[in-house]
Design a protein around this ligand. Structure first.
Ligand code: UD1
Length: 416
């Protein structure tokens, strides 16, 4: 069955290694399309989203090999300009291939991308900005075709910050004629990783990690080897689990520099964090909470991807709390499932009010998207009794063997 069974109530104690970042691996794999020759991407997580991206690259004519966490991509044979709809349908990041494909082969047809069901998630900003770079786009009911004889640089003033649009436009701009300015650009660590990868391949990008990116198009890029940073969202998920169950958990390789906001909230919400040279030790539940109010936002604010796991922390605490979601309008889908486990949560617009002292109990609950699914596993770990989280495939999109990692931490979990 596509599920995880969790016998709740164990304190977590132990250590686990944090996998490479999903949200950094995907655009970097897309960026290999811009390069003739073999790129080697180290620390690529073994998760289904990366597997789908590998398949997409293969179907476009690239040669792709995986050896453990090393993925080799040679895009010399890139030929196809239509993406297979089964992979596009499940993964929103497939849209990231558009900028790179237009730069390399000048045309692309695809269906509108899928991904988590956490809001409308349109791609209007991507298409609006690509048009300013010389792309002709014909939109149809289920998809679009885009064509550009040659992309040219442009000053792209965006109405709001988008991670995916920033990545797509960077990929379109690095080989375009002239200078592209992207403002406001997203500042997420994953954008910085993409820029580092491209810079090491010869791209001219200024302002990575700031709100203003200036990209001077170059004629070509060269193959490189790059190591993907650790996944701050996976690390944050395990922090939330330890906060719910109590115990002491060492997260090896946790990318602390990218987690300032999460670590500061965790500290205010009662966790103790000890910093070591190769990771962090999280001590859950022994401390008094001084603040249970979280507002999500673009980096460096608290990440929307950790909103559901931290909602569970609040539901499992005596104090309860309040969460304001400012990025995705539909990211409270987990609430009815948490109520089945005894949580007391009220939604008003984009704010969730979480009553404390709920004493969560086991239940059969349904994962409906990636991070919400992982959060249900976190809730089940702290609940009394047995839970089953169905639709495990959503969780597999972003977590490398979550069952094994949780067992390393002393949890009583199994595939069901
Ligand atoms: C990326 C991350 C996702 C994270 C999100 C916000 C990846 C693979 N995914 O998603 O995990 O939760 O950033 O940090 O890196 N929007 C539009 N039109 C557009 C583009 C976006 O209206 O053309 C809206 C979206 O609906 C959303 C907001 O802008 O409400 C932010 O979306 P965006 O930053 O683009 O998120 P993604 O790149 O999809």
């Amino acid at each position: 069955m596509d599920a995880i069974r969790i016998y709740g109530g164990n304190c977590l104690n132990g250590q686990t290694r944090i996998q490479g970042s999903k949200n950094a691996s995907l655009p970097i794999l897309a960026a290999t399309l811009l390069i003739n020759g073999t790129c080697e991407i180290e620390n690529c997580p073994d998760i289904s989203d990366v597997y789908h991206m590998q398949r997409l690259l293969e179907s476009l004519g690239c040669s792709v090999e995986r050896e453990g966490t090393l993925v080799r991509v040679d895009a010399t044979g890139l030929s196809e300009c239509r993406m297979p709809s089964d992979s596009v349908g499940v993964m929103r990041s497939s849209v990231m291939l558009v900028g790179a494909l237009l730069a390399r082969i000048g045309s692309i047809c695809m269906e509108y991308p899928g991904g988590c069901v956490i809001g409308a998630r349109p791609i209007d900003l991507h298409l609006f900005s690509l048009r300013q770079m010389g792309v002709a786009i014909e939109e149809k009911e289920n998809g679009f075709c885009a064509k550009a004889a040659k992309l040219h640089g442009a000053t792209l003033m965006l109405p709001f910050v988008s991670v995916g649009a920033t990545e797509n436009l960077i990929l379109a701009a690095v080989l375009a004629d002239g200078v592209t300015v992207i403002e406001p650009a997203a500042r997420e660590p994953e954008i910085q990783a993409l820029c580092e990868f491209l810079q090491s391949a010869g791209a001219q990008i200024e302002g990575a990690g700031t709100e203003r990116l200036v990209i001077n198009g170059v004629k070509s890029l060269m193959p490189v080897r790059y190591r993907v940073p650790a996944d701050r969202i996976v690390a944050g998920t395990y922090i939330s689990a330890c906060m719910c169950t109590g115990g002491r958990v060492f997260l090896q390789n946790a990318p602390v520099h990218h987690m300032k906001s999460v670590l500061s909230y965790a500290d205010k919400m009662g966790a103790a964090i000890e910093y070591e040279s190769d990771g962090i030790l999280v001590i859950g539940k022994d401390h008094e909470s001084t603040c249970n109010i979280v507002t999500t936002g673009c980096y460096p604010a608290f990440p929307t991807d950790l909103q559901s796991p931290f909602m569970v922390v609040m539901a499992a605490s005596t104090a309860g709390g309040r969460i304001e979601e400012t990025v995705f309008e539909n990211r409270f889908r987990i609430v009815p499932e948490l109520r089945k486990m005894g949580a007391n949560i009220m939604i008003h617009g984009n704010v969730a009010y979480i009553g404390g002292d709920s004493k969560l109990h086991g239940a059969i609950v349904e994962a409906q998207e990636l991070r919400g699914g992982a959060a249900l596993v976190v809730a089940a770990l702290s609940a009394e009794g047995t839970s089953i989280v169905t639709n495990r495939h959503y969780i597999d999109r972003g977590y490398e063997d979550i069952v094994l990692s949780l067992r390393d931490l002393g949890a009583d979990v199994e595939l069901a």
